[in-house]
Design a protein around this ligand. Structure first.
Ligand SMILES: NC(=O)c1ccc[n+]([C@@H]2O[C@H](COP(=O)([O-])OP(=O)(O)OC[C@H]3O[C@@H](n4cnc5c(N)ncnc54)[C@H](OP(=O)(O)O)[C@@H]3O)[C@@H](O)[C@H]2O)c1
Length: 325
């Protein structure tokens, strides 16, 4: 089969498309013929060996896919339409995935939408509900709000009855964030003053932070009393530090949210989350904005778009030509 392969840890340019052996599913795995694969920031990190998970070179990246089950296995039947989270190996014509990371697709969800669902929506379900204990009526500030994690955060927070303030770097990203459910959109520069103005000086209850970097101190200053800042990642490249006296003096919290670690240690949890989200998929409350669709041969270009901060909405790779059933 054909697959994208990371051949050296030198960035997106070292991603090639090659013929590789077909995957052989182990017991408990499901073989999925991939229609679309989602491209995500962790793919960028993996091209430089900067992600926690460092498979031996050469290897096929690809966190999330949508496609069709090849043969009965793991409670799925041949022909079932599914989304799945292989974590590696998804940017290929077929991938073997642990059954508890394969999710049945409602008929009304197209495969191109489904490929952009698993990683970010399950992560934000975990981050907002389990880690931050979001309540209806609270206000959520979302950094990187036109990105994958960011748009999922906007849509889910809005679906759970929160007011959403999006932080973005360009006007076109602002439009994507607004379409994803943000009530207000503010620019990166000066976001703290805008938050203060929009909340009558009170601040926000939850900050969703996949960016980190030098905006972190202002994110902390934007929290209301008993506010929670959820750390998701560091697309700003710099990992910030916290002087904990600030947390003490303001009755605020900084929380980590590492969904993959949680899924590994609690088998079955991702499936329960998926079932929680299905009604929101059916109603259209969660519907990832697809920015661009690349061919498998263009995988390196797709990863480069994210690396260079140019991605607006989600990027997909269309792996198989046919629009699967
Ligand atoms: N903790 C978890 O469980 C978990 C799960 C999934 C992903 N993540 C992490 O979450 C982060 C976001 O992932 P994603 O897939 O949402 O990425 P994405 O789609 O590329 O979005 C990230 C956003 O970060 C902002 N950004 C600020 N500085 C940037 C820079 N120097 N380069 C690129 N983007 C920059 C951009 O928004 P503006 O231009 O508007 O500022 C961009 O839209 C990554 O660090 C990823 O590893 C964590």
């Amino acid at each position: 089969m054909r697959a994208a392969v990371i051949t050296a840890l030198t960035g997106p340019d070292a991603v090639e498309v090659r013929d590789v052996p077909d995957p052989v599913p182990e017991p408990g795995q499901v073989l999925v013929d991939v229609a679309y694969a989602g491209v995500v920031f962790p793919d960028v990190l993996q091209t430089r060996g900067e992600y926690q998970l460092r498979p031996e070179l050469p290897f096929t990246p690809g966190w999330e896919v949508a496609g069709v089950v090849r043969a009965d296995a793991g409670g799925f039947a041949a022909g079932d339409r599914v989304a799945a989270m292989p974590v590696t190996g998804g940017l290929a014509e077929s991938v073997a995935v642990d059954a508890d990371m394969v999710f049945p697709l409602p008929d009304e969800v197209p495969l191109a939408t489904a490929a952009a669902l698993p990683l970010n929506y399950l992560t934000m379900h975990f981050a907002l509900l389990r880690r931050a204990a979001l309540q209806t009526g609270e206000t959520v500030l979302v950094h990187g709000a036109a990105g994958g994690v960011g748009t999922a955060a906007c849509q889910l927070a809005a679906a759970y009855g929160a007011r959403v303030i999006a932080v973005v770097s360009t006007p076109d990203k602002g439009e994507v964030a607004r379409a994803a459910g943000a009530d207000e959109v503010v620019p990166v520069d000066g976001f703290r003053e805008e938050v203060r103005r929009l909340t009558d000086g009170r601040g926000v209850d939850v900050v969703v932070d996949p960016v980190g970097g030098d905006r972190f101190p202002d994110s902390l200053r934007s929290l209301a009393r008993e506010g929670r800042l959820v750390v998701l990642g560091f697309t700003g490249r710099e990992i910030p530090t916290v002087r904990v006296n600030r947390l003490l003096l303001t009755n605020t919290s900084v929380l980590g949210a590492a969904s993959a670690e949680f899924w590994r240690s609690e088998p079955g949890y991702a499936g329960r989350q998926w079932r929680d989200l299905v009604p929101l998929m059916r109603s259209g409350a969660i519907d990832p904005p697809i920015g661009s669709v690349f061919s498998l041969d263009q995988t390196a270009a797709a990863i480069r778009e994210i690396d260079q901060r140019r991605a607006v909405g989600r990027l997909l790779v269309r792996v198989r030509d046919e629009e699967a059933r």
